[in-house]
Design a protein around this ligand. Structure first.
Ligand code: SAM
Length: 300
């Protein structure tokens, strides 16, 4: 006989004296896992970024629990209170306002403190705006770097973006509605007009929109309709193209190696060091060897 998801969640072990890091929805109340609901119902108390917000969320799910406020301004002190409850053998859940705790949200310092105090930390996966946007981005985002929120001030934002111009991974940013226009423009200024941009707006909600274009087109798309500037945003920007393999660097490497080892060995070592094709390096090593022998003949 097959078990229902609720029976499966119930049948599992949930050790006492443990912190459960629980992801909650990023807008769509149906996006919560069965296991998350079971654990939120099981724990003795819940550490929440905003107790009012979490209280309302729990009410929607028919759950009522004692809450502890753990937000960015009190996370270290609040962690000590959580640890006292764990010492007493309690199970404590940690949730943020939306999505996965610790991702541009409180939770990471609590996790550090709880682990340092010798207690178990168990993550319960679920919604995150980061993974949701990436799941619908496409194949051009095969490697990515998550950068969260950029600095709000123009100068600091430009300084933060400048070193990223040569970064070859796609880059993922979070942004709020009141800064979306200037941030997209700042990305275009820093990375040039041609790179791909995904604007993922209001994910999982009624006005969800995913727009894919270039950095040059991004500000125009936002300006065309004021509604497009409302809500919550994930921005995914294509990384810089990988630098063309430096033939001059390969030649320099092969010349040094050819002083010490035969052509085949030089090509093998150069391929291992540079990641370039062994056959191409072998062919080039042969040419360099011949050039070297010709010039030696001329000297004689
Ligand atoms: N911990 C959350 C997570 O796992 O994604 C992120 C919290 S962070 C304080 C809030 C930011 O996440 C928003 O400003 C926005 O950039 C992004 N975000 C959250 N929900 C979103 C949604 N439904 N659609 C698009 N972006 C969202």
């Amino acid at each position: 006989m097959t078990s229902s998801p609720f029976e499966l969640a119930q049948a599992q072990q949930y050790p006492a004296a443990t912190l459960y890091v629980v992801a909650t929805p990023i807008g769509n109340m149906a996006d919560i896992t069965v296991r998350a609901l079971h654990v939120l119902g099981l724990v003795d108390r819940i550490a929440a970024e905003d107790t009012r917000n979490t209280g309302q969320l729990l009410t929607r799910y028919g759950i009522s629990k004692p809450l502890i406020a753990v937000h960015e301004h009190n996370e270290r002190e609040a962690a000590q209170r959580v640890i006292e409850h764990l010492r007493a053998g309690e199970r404590v859940a940690c949730v943020s306002d939306a999505g996965t705790p610790g991702i541009s949200d409180p939770g990471a310092k609590l996790v550090d403190a709880v682990r340092a105090a010798g207690f178990l930390v168990v993550p319960l996966p679920g919604a995150s705006a980061l993974a949701t946007a990436l799941s619908a981005a496409g194949d051009w985002v095969s490697t990515f770097t998550f950068l969260g929120f950029l600095p709000p001030k123009t100068k600091q934002r430009a300084s933060a973006l400048q070193p990223l111009a040569s970064h070859t991974h796609a880059m993922v940013f979070y942004e709020a509605p009141h800064r979306i226009v200037e941030t997209v423009q700042a990305l275009a200024d820093a990375f040039g007009p041609a790179r791909r941009l995904l604007i993922a707006r209001e994910l999982t909600k009624l006005h969800e929109a995913l727009w894919c274009g270039t950095l040059a087109e991004g500000p125009t798309w936002l300006a065309e309709d004021a509604n497009r500037q409302r809500g919550e945003f994930v921005l995914v920007v294509e990384g810089a193209s990988a630098p063309a393999s430096g033939e001059a660097d390969h030649d320099a490497l092969l010349r040094v190696l050819l002083q010490e080892v035969p052509v085949k060995g030089a090509a093998k070592i150069a391929a291992a060091l540079s990641g370039a094709s062994r056959n191409a390096l072998y062919a080039r090593a042969l040419e360099l060897k011949e050039e070297e022998e010709d010039s030696e003949d001329e000297e004689d």
